[in-house]
Design a protein around this ligand. Structure first.
Ligand SMILES: Nc1nc2c(c(=O)[nH]1)N[C@H]1C(S)=C(S)[C@@H](COP(=O)(O)O)O[C@H]1N2
Ligand SMILES: [Mo]
Length: 235
């Protein structure tokens, strides 16, 4: 048994068969296959995290490159996007932070704002260029006294969507809590009143309609991530 799996490993590379033998599971069994694939995806996350260069910037574009109209996407149709009262809105902050006081939109706008024209790439096979403006997430995390040595920053949305990113990506200069799309406040369909814009990751890692930010060492997953999309999904 030992020999067969070693031979398979060297001859065929890390084939599913070899993996099954190495991990001692029977691939007739769907849950065993599933476990192996999940383990591979989490291993892939770790390799991607190691390769991530916190100083490398995603490409930026010119105003004339902006895609108009910009596509809408969500797990529901456009007219079902959650409507949030802008005056009542308070961003909740939880987990490994010193200050859990909720933030109004004016509070968020008082932080320094940066603009970016970047490309959004959706796993479903389309990409588009847009302009977003907002506070760097790193500045926000400093203000709330976040534990910057924690592993994850997670996001909860008004529509049951949720996602999470690694701390190095959270601290990347192009990762922003976006309040504006082009010259105007974020429209309802694009994530009003606030979305995470993270141009170093795929579109599904850009949660819209964010109502809570939390810092944690416990893997938070995400809406699509928990259905099999690779968690890191980034540069
Ligand atoms: N709250 C929320 N955020 C979300 C989604 C969603 O369904 N709900 N879909 C994600 C996906 S898959 C994509 S491609 C982008 C689409 O953003 P857009 O409507 O601004 O193009 O939002 C992401 N963030
Ligand atoms: Mo997407």
């Amino acid at each position: 048994m030992e020999n067969i799996s070693r031979r398979l490993f060297f001859r065929q590379g890390l084939s599913l068969g070899a993996l099954a033998m190495l991990s001692g599971c029977n691939l007739q069994d769907d849950t065993a296959v599933d476990k192996v694939l999940w383990a591979m995806s989490r291993w892939n996350d770790r390799v991607q995290a190691l390769l991530f260069d916190r100083n490398r910037l995603a490409p930026t574009y010119r105003p004339e490159d902006i895609t108009d109209p910009f596509p809408f996407n969500a797990f529901y149709p456009e007219d079902s996007a959650p409507e949030i009262d802008l005056l009542e809105y308070r961003l909740q902050v939880s987990g490994l932070v010193d200050k859990k006081t909720p933030w109004s939109l004016d509070d968020l706008r008082r932080l320094p704002q940066v603009s970016q024209i970047t490309q959004h790439i959706c796993i479903e096979g389309w990409s588009a260029i847009g302009e977003w403006r907002g506070a760097p997430l790193s500045v926000f995390l400093q203000h709330v006294g976040a534990d910057m040595t924690a592993k994850y920053v997670g996001f909860k949305c008004a529509d049951r969507y949720y996602s999470s990113i690694d701390m190095p990506t959270a601290l990347h200069p192009q990762t922003i809590l976006a309040l504006d799309f082009g010259k105007d406040p974020l429209p309802l369909k694009y994530g009003s009143p606030m979305k995470l814009r993270v141009p170093t990751k795929l579109g599904f890692k850009n949660p819209k309609h964010i109502v809570e930010v939390f810092v944690t060492n416990d893997y938070p997953g995400g809406y699509w991530e928990d259905q099999g999309y690779n968690w890191f999904s980034g540069l």
